[in-house]
Design a protein around this ligand. Structure first.
Ligand code: NOJ
Length: 544
């Protein structure tokens, strides 16, 4: 039921720091979001996922939570949040909170107490271990952090004792072997659901349960050492099943899982009485030295993840580069390409996810220097590569590729200064994308052919068309770089064709047989009677 709701309506992600600033401090906030709810409603948005709104020292931009029961003063107050719940409800919208429980902030009172008093019950909320080696100063195992370097930090006041952090040292991992941790998280989930929250996007949920702390295998490219001991473990599945049964299901809520490190074959198990939908990561990775995703690789990955009962289909979020420039080439056909990608998300089986700014075709911010970057990953990576004597230009290239700032710029609503993100002349926390005077909501509202107008039409089509949102999917043979598939439900059919490349491609005969009468949506003005599919052309047809 809830899965169907998500599949039909999709999810729009707001990155609170960068959405809209009402109090003029250059940082987004809840009153700012409130002022844009009508805009979101006009897009057809029914479900909003908020990146973390909780108090946090912001080492990892809120993915380091210091208090699970309050609102970060940067974003406002609990009264603001309650109003947000009321106003979204009034508009028929539902709210998804981020739930970050693989780790807390090192400023969370549990962790502070665990450090202050090794005998306190909070010590066992985290994973403390004695070091190895003659004097016990070596980390307990060889695991590396996803943010580079050892995954262990020695406690400064206790030589020879370490704690585990799969992310930065400011994000100590919780010990999910401890029943008390489960009970704490259960309480947190209940608290927000009692406030009317619909569900949670569960941060790196695939790694919460460390099955053992043995040394990891080395040399698995792109994987932190040790990951085989904690990705998709039986313990993780047990916890999710229990949480779903005890808290989520009785309240008709949803769980969306960020399944970092999970292979496609491991993913299905997460959808069995655990998560409503999930994000895999294969789709985000064009390969180590590549910035753009090859169209054929893109096609293969898309088809493979569609085998899941309910995949989370996304191309952008706060951790990723913008889709235009990554999945479609920048240049003369980028607008058609941007539309094609939106239509693709609206045509696939599963839940479509959109990131703020995607609806206007926003692109990466290209000129941010490392010094201006707020992203921990960019800085850690640069530091690590420096230790290997990598020359600066190459280091910067890697920081660019793996850094996560490019899509985190303030949302441009207007062409002029402040861009409708803020009324103040204060510098925003993160620079505006240099494209904001050209790519913004106001200009696209005026242009009937804009990505924004297209986004509304496309999302609406999915929302009113059960076949497109809930039907089965069947892929048909096609040329490389062309996706051809049927969505089918209760005898009704939609034929979907997507040219994922910037080259012309032969039209599949099944598409040729269909007349413009059957065409529900396309990114080119004509009906399909030409010789070929144009660059990034797509068509969705109602067929018998
Ligand atoms: C995934 C989040 O999306 C990312 O922003 C964060 O840095 C890591 N999880 C760690 O919480």
């Amino acid at each position: 039921m809830e899965r169907d709701f998500l599949s039909r309506y999709g999810v729009y992600q707001i990155y609170p720091m960068s959405f809209c600033d009402a109090n003029g401090d250059g940082k987004g906030d809840i009153p700012g979001i409130l002022s844009k709810l009508d805009y979101l409603q006009s897009l057809g948005v029914r479900v909003i996922w908020f990146s973390p709104l909780y108090p946090s020292p912001m080492w990892d931009m809120g993915y380091d939570i210091a208090d699970y029961y309050d609102i970060n003063p940067i974003f406002g107050t609990m009264a603001d949040f309650d109003l947000l719940m009321e106003e979204t409800k009034r508009r028929g919208m539902r709210v998804i909170m981020d739930l970050v429980v693989n780790h807390t902030s090192d400023q969370h009172p549990w962790f502070l107490e665990a450090l202050r008093n090794p005998d306190s019950k909070y010590r066992d909320y985290y994973i403390f271990r004695k070091g190895k080696g003659k004097n016990g100063r070596k980390p307990p195992n060889n695991w590396t952090s996803t943010f580079f370097g050892s995954a262990w930090k020695e406690v400064p006041e206790e030589q020879g004792t370490f704690y585990l952090h799969l992310y930065s040292e400011h994000q100590p991992d919780l010990n999910w072997h401890n029943e008390a941790v489960y009970q704490e998280v259960k309480k947190i989930v209940e608290y927000w659901m009692d406030k009317g929250v619909y569900g949670f996007r569960c941060d790196v949920i695939s790694e919460i349960y460390k099955e053992s702390l043995e040394d990891g295998k080395r040399g698995m490219p792109g994987r932190p050492t040790g990951f085989e001991h904690y990705i998709a473990t039986p313990g993780c599945h047990r916890i999710l099943k229990r949480l779903r049964k005890e808290v989520i299901e009785p309240r008709h809520g949803v769980l969306i899982g960020e399944c970092y490190g999970v292979e496609r074959d491991q993913a299905a198990a997460f959808l069995d009485d655990e998560l409503d939908t999930l994000f895999g990561f294969e789709i985000t990775d064009p390969g180590i030295f590549k910035k753009t995703m090859a169209s054929e690789r893109f096609r293969q990955i898309l088809m493979s993840w569609q085998k899941l009962e309910c995949n989370g289909n996304y191309l952008e979020n706060h951790d990723q580069h913008r889709a235009i420039g990554k999945y479609v080439r920048e240049g003369p056909f980028e607008k058609e390409g941007g539309k094609m990608l939106i239509a693709l998300l609206c045509s696939l089986k599963g839940v479509p996810f959109f990131f703020q700014g995607q609806e206007i075709g926003m692109k990466d911010y290209r000129h941010l220097s490392l010094e201006e970057s707020h992203d921990a990953v960019a800085h850690f990576l640069d530091g690590m590569l420096k230790r290997y004597w990598m020359p600066k230009p190459l280091r910067r290239w890697f920081a660019r590729k793996y850094g996560r700032d490019d899509a985190r710029c303030p949302m441009p609503f207007l062409p002029e200064s402040g861009h409708g993100f803020t009324n103040s002349s204060v510098e925003p926390w993160q620079k505006f994308n240099e494209l904001s005077s050209r790519i913004n909501v106001a200009l696209e509202e005026k242009d009937e052919t804009s990505i924004l107008h297209f986004f509304r039409r496309c999302l609406r089509l999915r929302q009113v068309d059960d076949v497109l949102s809930l039907g089965n999917i069947r892929f048909l043979p096609s040329d490389e770089e062309v996706l051809l598939f049927l969505r089918e439900r209760k005898g009704a059919k939609r034929l979907c064709v997507f040219n994922l490349s910037d080259k012309e491609k032969p039209i599949p005969s099944l598409v040729l047989e269909n007349t413009t009468k059957n065409l529900l949506l396309s990114n080119y003005l004509h009906g399909k009677k030409e010789e070929s599919l144009l660059p990034y052309e797509f068509g969705i047809y109602a067929i018998k």
